[in-house]
Structure formats: C-alpha cells, structure tokens
Design a protein around this ligand. Structure first.
Ligand code: UDX
Ligand code: UDX
Length: 429
C-alpha cells in the first residue's frame, strides 16, 4: 500500500521503516528540512541500533522517500499516519499544537484529492481527541465529511526507543481505533502480514489503551523502585525479589528493574496528561498522583546518597550515561538532567559521558565537561554516578575505576559487573 507519515521522529521513521520492511511504499513528511535531506541520504536522524541498516534497505528498494511537501505526500498515498510529538505543557496537560499543524496541512492537501483517504493518528492523544477535536479540524479545513469522503483511525504506538523498529515488526498487539468499519478495514489490511492479535475498537478506547498501558508500566516501575528502597534498608536484593515475582504469569518479569526513576519522552508526560484528565473529570487519580510524587523523590535519591558521602562542592563528579535509558541518544526528561542540575547547584564539576547522547545533552548543559570515554570522565573523579544501563558499562572493571581520586561508585541503574567491580552502592540495592 502507499503510506504517508507526518513527523519523521522516533515514532514516525520507525513506523515507516517497519512498513517498508513489509513492502509498503512510504513517504515521510517532516517540516525539518535537514531531517528530510538526511533521511534521503540514508542518515538516520536519531541513534538506534540497526536503524541505519533498515533505512539503507528501504532506500535501496525505493520504498522510502522523505519530503517537506504535505500535499505531495497525501496526494500520493492511501493512508496518512500522524506521528508528530505531543509534549506536555507546564501544567502537565497535553500540547496539541503539532497535531493542529499536521491536521491543517493534511486537510489542505485532502481538499484537492478526489479519492478516499484514511488519516490515522499514531501520536499519543487524550481520549476524545480524534473524534471530538481532530475530526472537526479535518472536516472544516478540507470541506469533506469524515466517514464518507475520508476515513479516520487511531492506532497507538507501543514502541520502546532503542528497539522501536524491532517493536514495530514484532508487536504484542495491534490496536486499531476506528471511526467506521471502512477506516478500520483499510488499517487492518496494512497489518495482514503481522503475526499479532489485532484489536478493533472505538477511537477513544484506542486512545485510552495507550495511556493506560504507559501509566500501568510507569506504576510497575515505581512500585519496584519503592520496594527497592525498602529492600536496601533490609539487606535484601530487590532484583532477586523481582525475579521471584516475575515467574508469576500474572505479574510477568518485565519492567521490574528498580533504579533512579523513570524518564523519557513518554512515561512522565503520559502519566501527567492522564492525571490532568482525571482532575478535569473530577475523578480520583490517587494511584497516579502517587506515581508522579514517588518518581520525583526517586530521581533525587542518587545525589542524596552522594551528599551523605561527600560534599560535592568543587569536586569532580563523573556522570556515566546521559540518555534517558540505554540504546538511545534521546535525553528528553532524562533523570540525568535532574541529577546534573542538582550537582551544578552544589557547585560540583560535572564530567559527563554517554556513548551516544553527549551531543544532545550539550544542548541542555553547554557548560559542563563532556568526555569521549568513561576513563576520561573517571580520571581523578571524586565520585561516579551511573545513570543509564549501557552495555559497555558492564565491561568496566576495578582497573577502570582505579584512575579515580576517590572510589565512590553509585549506580542509578544496575549494570556494573559485581565480579569485576568492588565497592558499588546502588540507589535502591
Ligand atoms: C512520538 C509521538 O508522536 C508522541 O505522541 C508520543 O507520545 C511519543 O512519541 P516522537 O517520534 O518521539 O513522538 O517525536 P519527535 O521525535 O519529536 O518527532 C516529531 C517530528 O514531527 C519532528 O521531526 C518534527 O519536526 C515533526 N513535525 C512536527 C512535523 O513534521 N510537522 C509538524 O507540524 C510538527
Ligand atoms: C515507552 C513505552 O514502553 C513504549 O511502549 C511507548 O509507548 C513509548 O514509551 P520508552 O519511553 O522508549 O517507551 O522507554 P521504556 O523502555 O518504556 O522506559 C521508560 C523509562 O522507564 C526509562 O527511563 C527506563 O529507564 C525506565 N524503566 C523501564 C525502569 O526504570 N525500569 C524498568 O524496568 C523499565
């Protein structure tokens, strides 16, 4: 099928690459000209293992093409996916401005298209947005009627950054929210080759499934973080406890890795946006209120542990791992940002290192020192904080830490090899 995808970010490009892998022809639209040119040259706009290879494969087969021209993309495709960002505003509610822009551009393009076209939202939007807001924007701008002249669907993404293409190709389920049967049928046809259960539902149910899934996962992580804090006090390894819990099929072993709190472009903003919706509807959101409060406290713990050991003022502190998690260069809402802010507030000299995210963090903190290797960051350091579970940190040994001035190692993510490194303290282990 011919597909257009608005927004060539983590979700948009991964969706395009996944669909191209199944032989669909994809036009990626992005307002960012550099991103567009890079994609056409085979340069992925973000880091993820295998994305460069998938992009090359899709370009070689002529199944992917990027442009800034919405009209060309809509005119030359049957389905348009919307994958623009939906960040949170300062009050935690959702910022729909990128969706509004996308809707306007698609509607203008649809005005001059005679054949039936399906628009499918993939971006995370609050229940009621597709039908209550988005449909009207499209109808008003295009002068066409949803359900007759064009189709409308909402198919949320469940893609973990770092594994987005892989997650797209091997989904646990595919959720298709549909305005009407014809819209849903068009989407289902696209996923014929996928080996996953397909669930067809209303637009707002699909929107809620996305929020409920991320809020539940964030709650699971928060639960194990708090349990970890208690286990640490009692001399119990929370990772062993999690393993014991995970054998229970009702619990499952995933998302039970205790640590320094969750971050990223989704969990914090999705939980906040859902809480805002609870409040708007005058319903209690006690569980999710507690998740946000607990995560804020958890993010502070690693520096509190450090301060109990040394006064960070004037000390060299190595921060290893800047991305919000391993295998990505994304620093959006990374716990490392909170940690660096706090260290700077205490006048520490921060030496930061990440295998992929130094460049992105430099845009936020241009005034700290960035190292090209862990050793450079560790040399003469008075303490080391591990903030992301990059595989290469598992290779570090006592000899690597021997260059430190003072061997204080605090892990925010459990990754160091205990048989190779001694004297590690974990944030909750
Ligand atoms: C996604 C989803 O869309 C978001 O709703 C979800 O909750 C998290 O993941 P992501 O792919 O991470 O967002 O966003 P980002 O990497 O910021 O990419 C969005 C892209 O859309 C950018 O490249 C931006 O330039 C582009 N864009 C935005 C347009 O091309 N046109 C617009 O009008 C707005
Ligand atoms: C999330 C969803 O998992 C995915 O389905 C999609 O909706 C986008 O949002 P992502 O944000 O890429 O994916 O990363 P994820 O692997 O979910 O991790 C989110 C945060 O939770 C990270 O900071 C991570 O370090 C943390 N986390 C995750 C833990 O602290 N412990 C865990 O066991 C798992």
């Amino acid at each position: 099928m011919k597909i257009s995808i608005i927004g060539a970010g983590y979700v948009g490009l991964s969706t395009a690459l996944g669909l191209a892998h199944h032989g669909h022809s994809c036009i990626c639209v992005d307002r960012n000209e550099k991103k567009v040119n890079d994609i056409n040259k085979g340069i992925p706009p973000f880091y993820e293992e295998d994305v460069a290879d998938s992009l090359k494969e899709a370009l070689d087969k002529k199944l992917i093409f990027a442009t800034t021209d919405y009209t060309h993309a809509v005119q030359n495709s049957d389905i348009t996916f919307i994958c623009v960002g939906t960040p949170s505003k300062v009050d935690g509610s959702i910022d729909l401005s990128q969706i509004t822009n996308a809707a306007q551009s698609i509607a203008t393009a649809m005005k001059n298209k005679n054949s039936y076209h399906v628009v499918c939202i993939k971006s995370t939007v609050l229940p009621g947005t597709a039908e209550g807001v988005f449909k009207k924007w499209l109808e008003n701008e295009s002068g066409k009627k949803a359900g007759i002249d064009f189709g409308l669907a909402m198919s949320p993404e469940f893609l973990r950054e770092g594994f987005a293409v892989q997650d797209f190709l091997s989904p646990d389920r595919i959720v298709i929210g549909e305005l009407d049967k014809r819209s849903g049928d068009a989407l289902e046809k696209l996923y014929t080759d996928f080996n996953a259960p397909i669930m067809r539902t209303s637009l707002k149910t699909a929107e809620m499934i996305k929020y409920a899934s991320n809020a539940f996962l964030a709650t699971k992580v928060t639960f194990i973080n708090e349990l970890g804090n208690l286990c640490k006090k009692l001399g119990i390894d929370v990772y062993e406890v999690a393993r014991g819990m995970g054998y229970d099929k009702r619990i499952a072993p995933h998302f039970l890795n205790a640590g320094c709190g969750f971050g990223g472009s989704c969990f914090p903003k999705d939980v906040s946006a859902l809480v805002s919706l609870f409040k708007k509807e005058h319903e209690n959101s006690d569980v999710l209120d507690a998740v946000l409060k607990s995560n804020t406290a958890q993010k502070k713990k690693i520096v509190e542990i450090l301060k109990n050991k040394i006064d960070p003022a004037g000390k060299k502190i190595a921060v290893l791992g800047l991305a919000f998690k391993e295998n990505t260069d994304d620093v959006r809402d990374s716990v490392a940002i909170d940690v660096i802010k706090e260290l700077k507030k205490h006048s520490a000299n921060v030496y930061a290192y990440d295998p992929m995210a130094n460049g992105n963090m430099k845009k936020i903190f241009p005034d700290i020192t960035y190292a090209d290797t862990p050793t450079e960051a560790l040399k003469d350091a008075d303490a080391c904080l591990i903030m992301a579970a990059w595989g290469e940190f598992a290779e570090l040994a006592d000899s690597d830490f021997a260059v430190m001035n003072n061997k204080i190692i605090i892990e925010g993510r459990k990754i160091l090899d205990r048989t190779q490194v001694s004297g590690i303290e974990g944030v909750c282990w």
